[in-house]
Design a protein around this ligand. Structure first.
Ligand SMILES: NC(=O)c1ccc[n+]([C@@H]2O[C@H](COP(=O)([O-])OP(=O)(O)OC[C@H]3O[C@@H](n4cnc5c(N)ncnc54)[C@H](O)[C@@H]3O)[C@@H](O)[C@H]2O)c1
Ligand SMILES: [Zn+2]
Ligand SMILES: [Zn+2]
Length: 347
């Protein structure tokens, strides 16, 4: 089969690899129909995720059709259409029982990381019963690719951890696919204001279309002053960090109101300052989380019922065999006005 293979920082090829086979009874082999690229794949290619080794097939998002199942898989059979979760989970260990699939003893984020991933014609999914979801008849598969990672990430790490309530004022720092996923799912709770902060004008324009009440280009303007103006000098009830650099985590600390929440979503490679001299008396909470994907079944229902239009996050389409071009587009997101890119197999 063909697959997108990582060969060390800055190096990737679309090459021939052996088709995966069942290794343990709980595995399933999925033929990929659609997949996408994540900001995290770019982190890997920059060398930021050193546990990814030469020869690894990348990708942790996608949908497909079950080709083969191990003998202990009971929820799925060959021919079933499935959504692949970016988090693999056994469903039986202590962490899984607490709904913390991301910290599963035997799984967690392993796809396209510690085991071969979804940017290929076929992928092996361990613990298939707990790591795959049935795609309902007639569902739009492209819309569901957004459920592998970015929608549960924006929702669980941003909206749920931030405890957004009706009438709240929310700032989301970073209007990439994950920040936009938080913007879309924050609206389940009807906050009064959602302020999106990003230097990319195209992404700010998209944010407005997707429901932001205010946008701030924080290269052109001072985001702290603007948020103070917009909130009667109080700051926001919830500040969501969806970039993954120390500057934006610090910015959130200046945006949050007394009694508010800072929900960190970004993956951080470096330490970030915590301004306790400012915050110790402000009754705030700070949360961090690796996405668990426990809300995937709920999000699937909202997409199916058209309460959530996840396709709005897709800007570009490619054949799976054109994946190197798709990477090039995604890597130059600002110039290409790109959000999520979809690659379709077998075209
Ligand atoms: N916690 C988790 O489980 C989890 C899961 C998936 C992704 N992530 C992380 O979420 C983050 C966002 O992911 P993404 O795919 O949307 O990334 P992305 O790179 O596409 O988007 C990041 C956005 O931040 C903006 N930005 C950069 N510097 C900024 C600054 N100084 N101020 C304001 N905005 C700035 C960029 O213009 C861009 O629009 C990444 O760090 C990613 O690794 C976390
Ligand atoms: Zn991802
Ligand atoms: Zn587990």
């Amino acid at each position: 089969m063909k697959a997108l293979v990582y060969h060390g920082p800055g190096n990737k090829t679309w090459e021939e690899k052996p088709k995966p086979t069942i290794q343990t009874a709980s595995d399933a082999i999925v033929r990929i129909t659609k997949t996408t690229i994540c900001g995290t794949d770019l982190h890997i290619l920059k060398g930021d995720v050193p546990e990814v080794t030469d020869g690894r097939i990348l990708g942790h998002e996608g949908v497909g059709v079950i080709e083969e199942t191990g003998t202990s898989v009971t929820n799925f059979k060959p021919g079933d259409h499935v959504l692949i979760s970016c988090i693999t989970s056994c469903g039986k260990c202590d962490f899984c029982k607490r709904g913390m699939y991301s910290h599963c003893d035997k799984g967690g984020w392993i796809l396209g990381h510690l085991i071969d991933g979804t940017q290929a014609e076929y992928v092996r999914i361990p613990y298939a019963d707990n790591s795959l979801y049935h795609i309902p008849e007639g569902a739009d598969e492209e819309a569901l690719v957004m459920l592998s990672d970015i929608l549960p990430t924006g929702f669980e790490c941003g909206v749920l951890n931030g405890q957004i309530k009706p009438g709240d004022t929310v700032a989301i720092v970073g209007a990439g696919p994950v920040g936009l996923a938080a913007l879309l799912t924050a609206q389940f709770y009807t906050p009064a204001e959602i302020i999106m902060i990003d230097p990319d004008e195209n992404r700010l324009a998209v944010s407005k279309k997707l429901g932001a009440s205010q946008t701030i280009n924080n290269v052109k303007y001072n985001a702290i002053d603007r948020v103070k103006e917009l909130t009667g000098n109080k700051g926001v009830d919830v500040a969501i960090e969806a970039v993954g650099i120390s500057a934006t985590f610090e910015l959130c600390q200046y945006l949050v109101a007394a009694g508010g929440h800072i929900a960190n979503v970004g993956v951080h490679g470096k330490s970030a300052a915590l301004h306790l001299e400012l915050l110790w008396a402000h009754n705030i909470t700070i949360t961090t989380r690796l996405v668990d994907t426990v809300t995937t079944p709920m999000l699937l229902k909202t997409v199916q019922s058209k309460k959530l239009d996840s396709k709005q996050l897709i800007t570009h389409h490619f054949k799976l065999s054109e994946i190197l071009r798709a990477y090039d587009t995604f890597e130059h997101a600002e110039k290409e006005r790109a959000l999520k890119v979809i690659m379709t197999a077998g075209q």
